[in-house]
Design a protein around this ligand. Structure first.
Ligand code: SF4
Length: 375
């Protein structure tokens, strides 16, 4: 089986959703797809971000910690192959029954080859249609400044093929996930991703974070919503699944803005969504303004209410990769409630049951949902 032979995992999801959930949780879908429990092995291949290297900024996105979302136990000084081996061994110590792993290029921007490879455009050709993001740069995106026709591109400072190859160096790896930004997916990179998508079950995570460009600018993202839309369509045109990253509670975003992200992801036919509340990492640039009282944080009740309404508006075909912020408790400045992920997820399940909600119920009837999700 190659990556492109796999059916969409949501085809394994029956209504009501697997695992006793009222939403399409990623874990049960992958378990059904691969015939057993899978675990992600976080990897840091030595990338940076355009918001850190001076191309678009030096501080990083203001909510991001200085380690670019890398878990503390990952050792970036080791080759990817060794990180993978250590990560699998570590995972087996905690859970010996897991025999299938996902190579997860999580840290920083794991497709970023340098400023000359940034995709700077993404304006919709029809400004009234936010899902028509034809890139003025053309379907091929930017050309490589040094050798635009070279068949072995990318030729940047990072050899993407070699890096991702190491992610597949253990036969127990059944899938690969790559975290990146909408402006770091030029055509040469998409070509490499497509190759790996034909060899393994691949998905790419791209940050949307907010549907307001003013918010994106305020938190130093350095890209626009239009660039996100364009990137998601380039990925889909290349046959690559994408999972969108959305943050609720960014300063300036209203409740309606946050919920409208579901409508956009539905229209773009996202494969997955990773959503979480804004939390303050002690090592992020937001820590100081938070301590000065300048950054409001959602209460548990506010976020819970948003999360269930978001799920109700989200297509049941979109897999839920994450529902609450995750950081090491020693690094969490606020909110304290998000340290207890299990309690939050239980409360979310209870709330959806009490209110009679399930994913997508605000946009389709239970009958439609059953029809679309049954095997
Ligand atoms: S959020 Fe992503 S793009 Fe922004 S600084 Fe962190 S790792 Fe880099």
């Amino acid at each position: 089986m190659t990556g492109s032979d796999y059916p969409h995992p949501s085809s394994f999801i029956l209504h009501p959703f697997s695992g006793g959930k009222r939403y399409a949780a990623l874990g049960p879908a992958l378990r059904a797809l691969f015939g057993g429990r899978t675990r992600r092995i976080p990897l840091d291949a030595g990338f940076t971000c355009p918001t850190r290297d001076g191309s678009l900024g030096t501080l990083g996105c203001l909510y991001c910690d200085e380690e670019g979302a890398r878990p503390g136990y990952v050792k970036p000084e080791l080759p990817v192959r060794e990180q993978l081996a250590q990560g699998i061994a570590r995972s087996l110590e905690g859970d010996p029954k897991t025999t299938r792993f996902i190579a997860y290029f999580q840290a920083y921007t794991s497709t970023y080859l340098g400023p000359e490879f940034l995709v700077k455009t993404g304006e919709p050709t029809d400004p009234t249609d936010p899902t028509d993001p034809t890139d003025p740069a053309g379907p091929t995106g930017p050309t490589c400044p040094t050798c635009p026709t070279c068949p072995t591109c990318p030729t940047g400072p990072m050899d993407l093929r070699a890096i991702y190859e190491e992610g597949l160096s253990d036969p127990r790896v059944v899938a690969m996930a790559i975290g990146t930004r909408p402006d770091c997916l030029p055509e040469p990179v998409l070509d490499v991703l497509s190759e790996f998508g034909r060899r393994t079950f691949l998905w790419v995570e791209i940050g949307l974070q907010s549907i307001r460009n003013a918010t994106l600018a305020a938190v130093g993202r350095g890209h626009t919503v239009e660039q996100f839309i364009a990137a998601s369509q380039r990925l889909k045109a290349s046959g690559i699944r994408f999972c969108a990253h959305v943050i609720f509670g960014l300063p300036g975003d209203s409740r309606d803005d946050m919920l409208a992200a579901a409508d956009l992801l539905n229209r773009l036919r996202a494969w997955g969504v990773k959503m979480h509340n804004l939390y303050i990492d002690k090592h992020s640039p937001l820590a100081e303004p938070y301590l000065r009282g300048e950054i409001p944080i959602l209460s548990r009740e506010e976020y819970l209410d948003l999360a269930v309404d978001f799920l109700a508006r989200l297509s049941p075909e979109i897999l839920i990769h994450r529902l609450v912020g995750e950081t090491h408790p020693n690094r969490l400045l606020a909110p304290a409630w998000s340290a207890d992920k299990t309690s939050f997820l239980n409360a979310l399940d209870r709330t959806m049951t009490e209110r009679g909600l399930f994913q997508g119920c605000a946009i389709q009837s239970p009958t439609e949902s059953k029809t679309r999700n049954s095997i």
